[in-house]
Design a protein around this ligand. Structure first.
Ligand code: ATP
Ligand code: MG
Length: 422
């Protein structure tokens, strides 16, 4: 019997060998967010269930079957692990009255939770970085966010990520379209799958989002919301396209792009790649002018998107990009009581001066310590034996280059190591 406790299916450990990819991504996005003036917000991982039901919509994949919802037995509240960040972000903005001084740009990053069938690029705990611009009517902000994503792909050296856009219009245009959609699907009842039949009258728009290949044709032939746009949404969409063209950002209009959450209106967009199989959407977002008031705030236009970090990292790895782990600068080996005492002080001194240092722990011969120094990937070793300890010196030895070795006082070592750093 195997009673070892294992991680939950679809919830992955990110092991040290992969950690530097995440570091690289996080450092890159911080600079990128600053370049567009997005301030960070950190949000709880658990919220009241009602928040997600009300914002994402009752008849959506997420709310119907993907949420981790549970009762807090200490007080009977229904809680949910967040499946996405927008709802929490808007909740926090309203709770703390952050819109009072005017429009704002916010960004969050972290784990999201959805009970889906785990497969490559689809996990039960996954990570997103999201941005939200609140209080902007657009379409300039919609376009800026798209340009922002394009800049990130460039920064990350990603090829083959293409942009699809669509407009969902306003509530009235969606209602007009809805009638036509229901009629279309009713005429093809025999081709609808169970999900589609169930949604036919509760949320027919969602049927367009079906991933079932046998529904493909009927979805392709469905009436397009795009043809029913109200004049304001149509000119908003024209405005968006004009800015994209000015910026030289290529796009494709996908009339079936509806997104899996109810709060979107007008602009919706996805960045898609063909290189990750079925899980090809790496970034998705759009406008959600109704959400703030739906959660209890004053009507406030807003626009945002979220990037799936695992999928982006998969793309970077697919490209065989060489993101090297950060190397330790110095591995300190030492032997003997006096030497060990001095080694602790010398290591701290090197760290004071900005170097990363592994101080050997656990004793052993110089030979075995030097093997560990080599294996650590450090660029230099600093050796402290009896002689060095007596004269308060270090013998610094490059581990990757044939440069000989040098005995120096710690201050000299710092100067010399700095001279080697470029
Ligand atoms: P999909 O159609 O792939 O299910 P979605 O429409 O449910 O995606 P969003 O809610 O828009 O996805 O989330 C934004 C991005 O987060 C997606 O484009 C994707 O990159 C990523 N993402 C969503 N769900 C998962 C998941 N279960 N595992 C990994 N990444 C995910
Ligand atoms: Mg989904």
């Amino acid at each position: 019997m195997n009673d070892k406790i294992q991680a939950i299916r679809g919830m992955n450990d990110i092991l040290p060998d992969e950690g530097h990819w995440w570091d690289y991504f996080e450092e890159t996005i911080n600079d990128w967010l600053d370049a567009y003036g997005y301030r960070r917000i950190r949000l709880p991982i658990v919220e009241q269930t009602a928040l997600f039901k009300r914002s994402i919509g009752e008849v959506t994949d997420i709310v119907e079957k993907e949420m981790y919802t549970f009762v807090d037995h200490l007080n009977g509240e229904s809680l949910t692990l967040r499946p996405e960040g927008t709802a929490s972000c808007v909740r926090a903005v309203l709770q703390h009255n952050l819109l009072y001084p005017g429009p704002l740009r916010l960004s969050y990053t972290g784990p999201m939770f959805r009970h889906e069938r785990p497969q490559k690029g689809r996990y039960r705990q996954f990570h997103q970085v999201g941005v939200e611009a609140l209080g902007f009517e657009g379409p300039d902000v919609d376009a800026e966010q798209i340009a922002m994503a394009a800049r990130l792909w460039k920064k990350l050296g990603l090829r083959d990520v293409r942009l699809e856009i669509n407009s969902l219009g306003d509530a009235a245009s969606r209602a007009r379209h809805r009638g036509k959609l229901v009629r279309h699907f009713e005429e093809h009842m025999e081709s609808l799958d169970e999900d589609a039949k169930r949604r036919l009258h509760s949320n027919p728009l969602r049927i367009l989002d079906s991933k079932n290949p046998s529904m493909r044709e009927i979805v392709e032939n469905a009436p397009k919301l795009y043809d029913d746009l109200d004049p304001d949404s149509a000119s908003h969409f024209e405005g968006l396209k004009a800015v994209l063209e000015q910026l030289g950002i290529g796009y494709e209009i996908n009339p079936r792009l509806v997104r899996g959450l109810d709060y979107y209106n007008r602009t919706v967009f996805e960045w898609v790649t063909d290189r990750l199989g079925a899980q090809g959407t790496v970034c998705a977002g759009g406008r959600y002018d109704g959400l703030v008031s739906q959660i209890g705030g004053k009507p406030t236009p807003a626009c945002g998107f979220a990037i799936g970090i695992e999928r982006i990292l998969a793309l970077i790895q697919e490209d065989h990009q060489d993101i090297s782990p950060k190397r330790t600068d110095i591995y300190v080996v030492h032997q003997g009581e006096v030497a060990s005492g001095f080694a602790v002080i010398a290591a701290e001194y090197l760290r004071d001066n900005g170097f990363s240092v592994i101080l050997h722990c656990g004793g052993g011969s110089f030979k075995s310590q030097m093997k560990k120094a080599d294996a650590s990937g450090a660029r230099f070793s600093a050796i402290i034996g009896d002689e060095e300890a007596q004269s308060r010196q270090l013998t610094v030895k490059p581990l990757r280059e044939e440069l000989g070795q040098f005995r120096m006082h710690p201050e000299e070592a710092v100067a010399w190591l700095r001279s080697q750093s470029n």
